[in-house]
Design a protein around this ligand. Structure first.
Ligand SMILES: Nc1ncnc2c1ncn2[C@@H]1O[C@H](COP(=O)(O)OP(=O)(O)OP(=O)(O)O)[C@@H](O)[C@H]1O
Ligand SMILES: [Mg+2]
Length: 895
């Protein structure tokens, strides 16, 4: 008999239920064969979709209110209230306009971002494996169903990596453990091993499998009733840290500026509270009030561009910035650098000779794991073993599986207990110790198929019980006490162990994935079978499997290296296999660090080791997470790319978690960025887009902050030197508004390719250095203009001179800001490149408003009159000098 017919049966068998679970099924008007589709549709209409209430987008008023909570808006708002309190209506009105515009822009920006995120979620729709009947009388079919369509009474199959899609009552379970941190905060997985156990929505399956019946969906689940906003709370990433740092520094400055202006003008000019509106306006002038809008727009635009390409889905907007900032990217090996399509390559005995028995036993274990553990998706290694054995003409006649313990996160062996009918001298070598006559296997766990009587009437043994263990060579070897030598078992010596480990290493070093295979004969026993029983084994040999490299991996690694991203491999596999794969991909593996060494190191030492290591091997999930944390402690922005349950902890621990779209559901849920294809080259586009978005935000901040600072300094100086206010509050604010509007065009800038060669982070310190340097330069230009304008006050009458001064300064301010915008754009080679159309239009607009507004009917309304033509000429000189100095300073800053 070949394996194939049995393999399909592995997924279908109906569950046995206990009395209580039968009652549950009955109460839900369901049965072990699942709901008929028509009934499920009716229930869907009755109960509604199974959506998590926290997932619905916020209503508009809430969205609007949330944008008021941002620190800048809050400060603006309070300054507006102060102005209104002082009856400075002009100032209050302009501030009100500023606040409204920024809130509306921000809320619409977020709305747009949310909408595209919702569309993306559809792309990522999570499915559940259900068993339903096409019609009342037909046989049940197991299929994938979007979780939204689950209804109470549905039968759901759970496997490692699945999210528990609704509240379930378990009907049968095989070694099921569930991670319920979202519900209980408990970080260790909990066992759900008894039929009748509840398994709540929001948990994720760590290991084992189960069938359960849905008892509650949508808003009726326990999680929905608990605290929906608790989900997804995480440590602040690089983006949050930078942006918050910048925002709060500025807010502190603003709060300082207003009292400073008041105090100075009281001390020097003897002015009183009448300067308050001016002081408020100056403080407002310092704020980059469009920052939240610019940030949302830049990130949402980047995310939308990526989504439109259909390659990358950004699930959390700030993650796009963080992706551009990543300087170390950790990836798992299997399925990311390799295809995870292993093909059987060789089976050798302990001496390295080809030995078909090794493949036979590995395939026996694989088959029964597949049957008994009810995994919906068979393990790739197991499938490869079965295919190879089938091709060789092997079969499983007379071998019946009883229990299987699959491997899982942190468990690198899988075993199956089988009964071999009649002893089969051909396939069951004489390497097993004689069976100890013992009691019957009376009470094996419920999922074991019924046993034949162990000793039939004739008295001859009906079979022998064999435990077949396969898995990572180190893990299997440490459980072996004997080794098969030409079919005879002998005790393993220390020298044997060294030799066997070396044999496994050699196979791994040639690029193969290696599984050691061991057997033990067990007496019949009444106690349940557990991992502790996997001991005193006899090693029969090693199976080697070839997992081809992913076709684009080498290219992607080279591109990432060119982008200044250091790639590290963090894998559960053998160090030799991982190192070989790296070498073939053009990545120098160096000295691999194994889990044992990671365990031995404390956090500080691990941070040092991790920084200089490229390959981390034999990592269990917690090792992967520790490595990522150690790298972050070392000061790098660390990304992690992985697709399995064993990557979950690391995805959470990283600054940016990345998962391919066909990764398991929990991994996708944990990731910030989902790659639509396994193709790693998409990642490069995402990194560049992230860097471009950060570039836009940086450009905005540099330009705004330096010219705002310049204005504030000039205004303070002029305020003290002049007998009148250098600008009226309304003029300060109007100018601010124009500048803000123009800045939005910066999101369309396309910095040259050279801008994306290094990771890009928003660095508050560098930003404030830039702001000081260029702010001072800007203030110098302002003060030079001030000198020119002071002349005009002299030549004109006092009243008219003041209005002309205001007009002149207004014009100069907008013109310098247009200059700044053109010259301080993003990227190293910005000055050499032509600005894109929106930026050119915006700067031209600024210049036109600056020149014409004082001359228009609005001019007098704002307290400005036309300047004598001579002063335009003088101002042109000042601006030319300023532009030259600015370009020179920027060139110097870049080198
Ligand atoms: N079906 C299986 N039977 C026996 N052993 C297995 C099986 N699958 C995996 N193993 C063992 O467990 C080890 C770890 O597997 P795990 O899934 O943690 O990582 P991986 O798939 O090797 O690599 P990566 O972490 O790069 O995805 C494997 O290297 C192998 O030795
Ligand atoms: Mg993996």
């Amino acid at each position: 008999m070949a394996w194939a017919p049995d393999r399909s049966a592995a997924r279908g068998g109906t569950g046995t239920t206990t009395g209580t679970t039968l009652e549950v099924l009955r109460a839900l008007e369901s049965g072990p064969r699942g709901l008929p589709e028509a009934e499920a549709d009716a229930r869907l209409a009755r109960h509604g979709e199974n959506v998590f209430p926290g997932r619905r987008p916020d209503p508009w008023p809430r969205r609007f209110a949330r944008s008021l909570r941002d620190p800048f808006t809050a400060v603006l708002l309070s300054l507006g209230l102060v102005s209104a309190g002082l009856a400075a209506w002009g100032t209050a009105c302009v501030i009100a306009v500023l606040v409204t515009v920024s809130c509306v822009l921000r809320a619409t920006g977020e709305h747009r971002a949310d909408r595209s995120a919702a569309a993306l979620r559809e792309l990522l729709a999570t499915t559940a494996t259900v068993r339903r009947r096409p019609a009342e009388t037909e046989e049940p079919v197991t299929r994938e169903l979007p979780v939204e369509q689950l209804v109470p009474g549905d039968l759901v199959l759970l496997a490692p990596g699945d999210l528990v899609p609704a509240d379930l009552r378990l009907l049968r379970t095989t070694g099921l453990t569930v991670h319920e941190a979202a519900l209980t905060g408990e970080s260790a997985p909990v066992a759900r091993s008894a039929p009748g156990d509840l398994c709540l929505q929001g948990g994720s399956v760590v290991s084992g499998s189960a069938t359960g019946v849905v008892v509650a969906t949508g808003a009726d689940t326990v999680l929905s009733g608990a605290v929906p906003q608790e989900r997804g709370r995480r440590l602040p990433g690089p983006f949050d840290r930078s942006v918050n740092g910048i925002a709060w520094t500025l807010v502190r400055c603003m709060l300082l500026v207003a009292p400073l202006v008041l105090l100075a003008s009281a001390l020097v000019r003897g002015r009183g509270m009448e300067t308050l509106p001016f002081a408020v306006a100056v403080a407002v002038g310092l704020t980059p009030e469009m920052l939240p809008v610019v940030v949302t727009t830049a990130l949402a635009r980047g995310a939308a561009l990526l989504a439109r390409g259909g390659e990358v889905i950004v699930r959390r907007l700030p993650a796009l910035h963080d992706l551009g900032a990543v300087d170390v990217l950790c990836v798992d090996k299997t399925g990311t650098l390799t295809q995870d399509r292993p093909v059987f390559a060789c089976a050798v005995d302990a001496e390295g000779r080809d030995d078909p028995a090794v493949l036979h036993w590995a395939a026996v274990a694989a088959l029964w794991t597949l049957h008994l553990a009810e995994l919906p998706a068979p393990d790739a290694l197991d499938e490869a073993l079965l295919d190879a054995d089938e091709e060789r003409g092997g079969g499983a006649d007379g071998v019946e599986g009883l229990v299987a313990l699959p491997c899982g996160p942190g468990r690198r062996i899988a075993s199956a207990l089988v009964r071999v009918a009649g002893g089969e001298p051909g396939t069951l070598p004489d390497l097993l110790p004689d069976p100890v006559p013992g009691s019957l296997w009376g009470s094996l766990p419920g999922n074991v198929r019924p046993l034949q009587p162990l000793r039939p009437a004739g008295g001859a043994p009906a079979g022998r019980y064999v435990l077949v263990v396969k898995g990572a060579a180190e893990d299997v070897l440490e459980r072996c006490t004997r080794v098969s030598d030409e079919g005879h078992a002998r005790v393993i010596s220390a020298a044997d162990r060294t030799r066997l480990a070396a044999r496994a290493d050699a196979l791994a070093g040639s690029g193969l994935r290696v599984l050691a295979v061991a057997l033990a004969e067990r007496p019949a026993s009444t106690s349940p079978y557990a991992p502790e029983d996997e001991r005193e084994l006899t090693l029969v040999g090693f199976a080697g499997l070839q997992d081809a490299l992913a076709p684009t991996a080498a290219e992607a690694l080279a591109v990432l290296a060119g982008r200044g991203v250091t790639v590290k491999v963090v894998t559960g596999d053998h160090p030799g296999t991982a190192a070989r794969a790296c070498r073939e991909l053009g990545l120098d593996p160096g000295e691999p660090l194994t889990a044992a060494r990671i365990d031995a190191a404390d956090d500080a030492e691990l941070a040092r080791l991790a920084a200089r290591t490229t390959v981390f091997a034999r990592c269990a999930p917690e090792h992967k997470a520790r490595v990522v944390r150690a790298l972050r402690t070392g000061g790098t922005t660390t990304g992690f790319l992985g697709d399995g349950v064993n990557d979950l902890a690391a995805l959470h621990a990283a600054d940016v978690g990345i998962c391919p779209r066909d990764g398991v559901a929990v991994a996708r849920e944990a990731a910030d960025v989902v790659l639509a294809s396994k193709d790693l080259t998409a990642l490069d586009r995402a990194v560049v887009t992230g860097r471009r978005s950060t570039g836009h935000i940086t450009a905005y901040l540099r330009i705004t902050l330096s010219s705002n600072l310049g204005n504030v300094i000039a205004m303070l100086a002029a305020g003290l030197l002049l007998p009148f206010l250098p600008m009226l509050p309304a003029q300060v604010l109007v100018q601010n508004l124009c500048f803000d509007a123009a800045q939005l065009a910066l999101a369309f800038d396309r910095p040259g390719a050279a801008a994306h060669l290094r990771p890009v982070v928003l660095r508050p310190r560098a930003l404030f250095r830039f702001m000081t340097r260029f702010g001072l330069l800007n203030a110098t230009a302002d003060l030079a203009t001030f000198g020119v304008l002071a002349l005009s006050v002299h030549s004109l009458g006092a009243e008219e001179g003041q209005a002309a001064f205001h007009a002149g300064w207004f014009t100069e301010n907008l013109l310098t800001q247009a200059l700044v915008m053109l010259l301080l754009r993003a990227g190293r080679d910005a000055a050499e490149r032509r600005a894109p159309l929106p930026v050119r239009l915006a700067t031209a607009g600024l210049a036109v408003v600056g020149l014409l507004l004082p001359l228009s009917p609005l001019g007098p309304a704002l307290g400005m009159t036309a300047l004598p033509p001579l002063y335009y000429a003088l101002m042109a000189v000042v601006l030319t000098l300023y532009g030259t100095a600015l370009a020179a300073a920027h060139r110097k800053a870049r080198t």
